[in-house]
Write a protein that binds this ligand. Structure first.
Ligand SMILES: *[C@@H]1O[C@H](CO)[C@@H](O)[C@H](O)[C@H]1NC(C)=O
Ligand SMILES: *[C@@H]1O[C@H](CO)[C@@H](O)[C@H](O)[C@H]1NC(C)=O
Length: 188
């Protein structure tokens, strides 16, 4: 249990290709204990990595904000918004794929339900991290960035009104549940 596995960072431009075949590397003891482990009923509510059940990641809040803004901008490059998909078969055993890293902070997507294939908007992943493009203090407090330097995890906050989810381009048979987003120490 002392080895914490996490996935090698892949440049965002390679999402959908490089991330289909993730490799592994070790993170040090600042990694949170749930990495690369399947838990019954993995929490999808906001969990900050604070003691006694979490290990503070010591990330810089500015880096967390940058990561979210980057993912939002990337997602906005297509008309309906770009989707991030994790098929159950590609992410066995609650596999984690790194999304983007900046400075001290890395965003990770963890597939927590092996009974579904999941596809969500990058915009929703970004809002899960920072509460929204122009988030109020309350919205920030309810997002992962509300964990401040500790980092944390939260199930993707899905905007069910977004047209991307009802468009014909949304992958057949996929659902919006099943992904938890985490902010962890990047190792930098
Ligand atoms: C996920 O999608 C694959 C094809 O991409 C399909 O074979 C599989 O049955 C799907 N799994 C679930 C749980 O829907
Ligand atoms: C959800 O999507 C709708 C339709 O695109 C948009 O008007 C609304 O602002 C979005 N809400 C959030 C919280 O992003």
């Amino acid at each position: 249990m002392s080895l914490r596995l996490c996935l090698l960072l892949a440049p965002l431009s390679l999402i959908g290709t490089a991330l289909a075949a993730p490799s592994s590397r070790l993170l040090d003891e600042r990694s949170d204990p749930s990495i690369q482990t399947c838990y019954e009923g993995e929490p999808t509510s906001l969990f900050c990595y604070n003691p006694p059940n979490g290990t503070p990641q010591d990330v810089e809040v500015d880096d967390v904000a940058f990561v979210a803004a980057y993912l939002r901008a990337y997602g906005a490059e297509t008309r309906l918004g770009r989707l991030f998909s994790m098929a159950a078969a590609d992410a066995p055993d609650c596999g984690e794929w790194s999304l983007y890293s900046r400075g001290t902070a890395m965003a990770v997507a963890k597939h927590v339900d092996n009974t579904v294939n999941t596809s969500v908007l990058f915009a929703d992943i970004a809002r899960t991290i920072d509460g929204g493009a122009n988030a109020t203090p309350e919205q920030k407090a309810g997002a992962i960035i509300g964990c401040l330097t500790s980092g944390g995890s939260l199930g993707v906050q899905v905007n069910t009104s977004a047209p991307a989810y009802t468009a014909s381009s949304y992958p057949a048979g996929y659902v919006t549940s099943g992904i938890v987003v985490k902010i962890v120490w990047s190792g930098a």
